[in-house]
Ligand binder design. Structure first.
Ligand code: TRP
Length: 334
């Protein structure tokens, strides 16, 4: 039987590139999914432009993000791994899909509303048509499944709507993708305000663990993690801080909540926090080490970036070509 295909993208912008939350919630599974699926992953640098970026930083972080995905176990010889802006088909299909997106539906996107409020001085058209670019990313590769967090579900719904609309007008052109809900999905919360998602844009540096944080920094952040005034390590409603630490520890050690509770019975929060910190620092060690090795090997990175772009171009062109024909764009004579 043919493998199903999976596609996902991640923005390279923001403090420290990726967080422990990105790792546990997404990237860690990306590596695992290569066993079962045909995977395509990319650095969504065009999407980053919808918020003002420092050009030097964006450039540097895009390269780092690429190296970091490799360090997290994405195998570029097995999966398609590339930088979005290197593959021109994305921007081109996004333009076409813009013409099949309605102002009304785009105005209902909660991310647009949130980001417009956050960046009131820069409510640009790209921010508004962000979902059309995301739809292009997905539809170009005829992806079956798209793993996305809760915040991107609405954009995936939009992608499906646009695909169906286009197919109804012109005949089967795009595969209509489904959301992929990971079996062992885990959402990592802020270490300082555990009712909020861990975010790279958090102003409180202690709230967020970055993938490339040094062990001492990681230990320190966990030591300061906000918990509650009780002393038992148990998973229970209302104990958001402890629940979050237990989730992180559980995902990384494979232990159940019961096993964790038994392990720390009679011990205090201090011991538990130290254990979680150590376990995270240890789990990220191979990523840190592999990243350090890769980022020093510019030639290898450049080769893989080039190969990824070429492969993605070839795959996505097939779809773009079909879509161009469907809407009546004249073919360039050969
Ligand atoms: N918008 C996504 C995010 O910010 C990133 C993204 C861009 C993406 N294109 C995509 C995710 C296509 C999945 C599929 O998280």
């Amino acid at each position: 039987m043919e493998k199903k295909s999976i596609l996902s993208g991640i923005q390279p912008s923001g403090e420290g590139i990726f967080t422990l939350g990105n790792y546990i919630g997404a990237i860690r599974n990306w590596g695992v999914m290569q066993e079962e699926y045909d995977c395509a992953y990319f650095i969504a640098d065009l999407h980053s432009l919808t918020v003002r970026q420092d050009p030097q930083t964006l450039k540097k972080q895009s390269l780092s993000a690429f190296a970091l995905l490799l360090a997290c176990g994405i195998d570029p010889d097995r999966s398609l791994l590339f930088v979005q802006s290197h593959v021109r088909t994305h921007a081109e299909l996004a333009w076409i899909l813009n013409c099949y997106s309605q102002m009304g539906e785009l105005s209902r996107m909660t991310q647009f509303k949130d980001k417009s409020a956050q960046h009131a001085d820069n409510i640009n058209a790209g921010l508004f048509t962000y979902p059309a670019l995301m739809a292009a990313d997905i539809l170009l590769y005829q992806a079956d499944l798209v793993p996305v967090g809760a915040d991107q579900k609405q954009h995936l719904e939009f992608t499906r709507d646009v695909a169906v609309r286009f197919n109804n007008l012109y005949g089967e052109t795009f595969k209509v993708p489904d959301a992929y809900i990971p079996k062992a999905g885990a959402k990592v919360m802020s270490l300082q305000e555990p009712t909020k998602k861990m975010s790279k844009s958090d102003e409180n540096k202690n709230a967020t663990v970055l993938l490339l944080d040094e062990p001492a920094v990681i230990m320190n952040k966990f030591k300061r993690a906000v918990t509650d005034s009780e002393k038992e390590v148990v998973f229970r409603e209302g104990k958001d801080g402890i629940n979050n630490l237990m989730t992180i520890y559980g995902v990384l050690t494979g232990k159940t909540n019961e096993e964790i509770e038994a392990e720390f019975a009679g011990k205090g929060y201090g011991d538990f926090k130290a254990a979680v910190g150590e376990c995270v620092a240890e789990a990220l060690r191979p990523v840190r080490e592999e990243y350090a090795r890769l980022i020093a090997d510019k030639a290898y990175l450049e080769t893989k970036i080039k190969e990824g772009a070429q492969k993605a171009e070839a795959v996505s062109w097939k779809t773009l070509r079909k879509a161009r024909k469907r809407v009546g764009l004249l073919e360039l004579p050969r």
